[in-house]
Ligand binder design. Structure first.
Ligand SMILES: [Ca+2]
Ligand SMILES: [Ca+2]
Length: 77
């Protein structure tokens, strides 16, 4: 019973529109996306893509960098 209920709930959560920081991607909840966090959600994302998004070069994507990536169509909204 529980298992049959969980699958649709999980699908619904995945289908929810992403906010600037998507908790499904931001696993450690720091409000930033690291490359491992993003790659887990977007297996096709390359390190080059990540570096292109990380405009300030700190190795993490902040809300501004995430928004720019979403606007560019590289990250899911
Ligand atoms: Ca994070
Ligand atoms: Ca950054």
């Amino acid at each position: 019973m529980t298992k049959t209920l969980l699958a649709p709930v999980a699908a619904l959560l995945l289908a929810l529109p992403a906010m600037a920081q998507n908790a499904a991607i931001d696993v450690n909840g720091d409000g930033m996306y690291s490359f491992p966090e993003l790659q887990a959600a977007l297996p096709e994302l390359t390190e080059d893509d990540f570096e292109a998004l990380d405009t300030n070069g700190d190795g993490l994507l902040n809300a501004e960098e995430i928004a720019a990536g979403e606007a560019a169509g590289i990250l899911p909204r």
